[in-house]
Design a protein. Structure first.
Length: 428
């Protein structure tokens, strides 16, 4: 143990095979929170702390962005290195330096050219499903050539992402022994996580997302984005209740403007109506909503696209300010985040409510919400095409405000999102 951060790990045959591999390149497709990143941190630090015959031996850890890589790796890399081995306290510089001249860098592959210009002894590429195609062959591997450098390429076997096809292809070729210098490794999250954590993930994710993220299965995309939607199971007659809070999810688009209306009891979301208007603005949409529900007594909750805080669909003020200032909706709670969730997280949260991995359904849509149903059944493009995608986006913002994922599909750990209880049960 070089530092207390080198705590013992639970024995695991596939992980032991990975640690003992003599192949120059190792491709790891394993489940979320299953230990692959922890092993990568230790492996690269071991290489980094081994003195080399070169005065300035370089090592790297790289991910899709610098911010992501720094957040996931930096503190642990520093904690794994004995201070007496280092020339100075690295602080938050992104570079650790040993007394004998080696350097360990946090790198970003949002622009793969950043890795070029130096020759590296060893490195780790994480979240490989989200790395730009061609980054390996054009930028990373050539930068490992001079010193016959080693590299790990690790990640979850995802369905979507820039680098999915390339990552899957190299994994499958290595598994079949078609790449002499590369070995492949695989294990599921259940090998490492407790049954309680696995069950919690099943409740948080749809069947497809759980199979991908925690069972580490290569899932083929079926085209439709909302794979948990079923017209038979998800569409039911739903009643509007004048005494219950109306939860409004808004996608601000001049043509069309799309809002969904629902009741929420802290567990189940019932979408009983939709607002779809062409060539309009937020002020006119609010007027249409007020006219439609003139006698409503149960209060209102508004949420939606976070960019509405700055965006204007009229000449007067921002969409967000218009909603906050409209006195026709009482009592009213307005909750818009400072930023939107990632599209993958928003889709996963919606699929989870439609049907999670325990086969539980908590999102239902009224039959007359035809545009929302069409989006849920047929949408295949995340940005939407023409008139499609806006209603499902409005639903996604509402789902995220009320029931955000506790498992982030962009994180290597099972993080926890804390939401105040009064927001969860507002209008119950």
């Amino acid at each position: 143990m070089l530092t207390p951060r080198w705590f013992p790990l639970r024995p695991h045959p596939e992980q032991e095979r990975l640690r003992n591999s003599t192949k120059r390149f190792r491709v790891v497709a394993a489940g979320r929170s299953s230990g692959k990143t922890e092993l990568a941190k230790r492996w690269v630090v071991e290489r980094f702390l081994t003195p080399r015959p070169v005065r300035r031996a370089l090592f790297f850890v790289a991910g899709p962005t610098f911010g992501w890589t720094f957040r996931v790796y930096w503190d642990d890399l520093v904690a794994l290195c004995p201070k007496e081995y280092l020339v100075e306290d690295p602080g938050v510089s992104g570079v650790i330096k040993t007394r004998w001249g080696s350097e360990l860098h946090i790198a970003s592959l949002d622009n793969p050219i950043r890795i070029e210009g130096s020759q590296w002894f060893a490195g780790v590429v994480d979240e490989s499903s989200d790395i730009k195609p061609g980054a390996w062959s054009r930028s990373i591997r050539p930068a490992l050539a001079e010193y016959i450098g080693e590299c790990w390429r690790i990640g979850v076997p995802k369905r979507a992402g820039w680098g999915v096809q390339e990552f899957r292809e190299v994994f499958e070729k290595a598994k079949l022994g078609l790449l002499p210098d590369t070995d492949a490794f695989w294990w599921a999250s259940k090998d490492i996580l407790t049954p309680e954590e696995i069950f919690a993930a099943q409740e948080e994710l749809s069947t497809e997302d759980f199979a991908e993220q925690f069972e580490a299965k290569w899932m083929d995309s079926q085209g439709a984005l909302f794979t948990s939607f079923s017209r038979d199971m998800s569409v039911h007659p739903l009643s509007y209740d004048v005494s219950r809070t109306i939860f409004v999810g808004a996608d601000f688009n001049v043509d069309p403007m799309c809002w969904v209306l629902a009741h929420w009891d802290g567990r189940e979301l019932n979408v009983f109506d939709e607002v779809h208007l062409h060539n309009t603005n937020t002020q006119d949409t609010l007027s249409a909503l007020s006219s439609r529900y003139t006698s409503h007594k149960g209060g209102w909750f508004f949420t939606g696209d976070a960019t509405s805080k700055a965006r204007k669909t009229s000449a007067h003020s921002s969409d967000y300010a218009l909603i906050c200032g409209d006195t026709r909706f009482k009592p009213k709670l307005v909750r818009f985040g400072d930023s939107n969730p990632s599209i993958s997280d928003r889709l996963a949260a919606t699929n989870r409510l439609l049907r999670d991995a325990t086969d539980r359904r908590r999102l239902y849509v009224a039959p007359h919400c035809k545009r929302l149903i069409a989006d849920l059944q047929y949408q295949t493009d995340v940005q939407g095409i023409g008139d499609t995608g806006h209603m499902s986006a409005a639903l996604g913002y509402l789902v995220w405000a009320l029931a955000p994922l506790k498992v982030s599909l962009l994180s290597t750990s099972v993080g926890r999102v804390v939401v105040r209880k009064k927001e969860l049960v507002y209008g119950k």
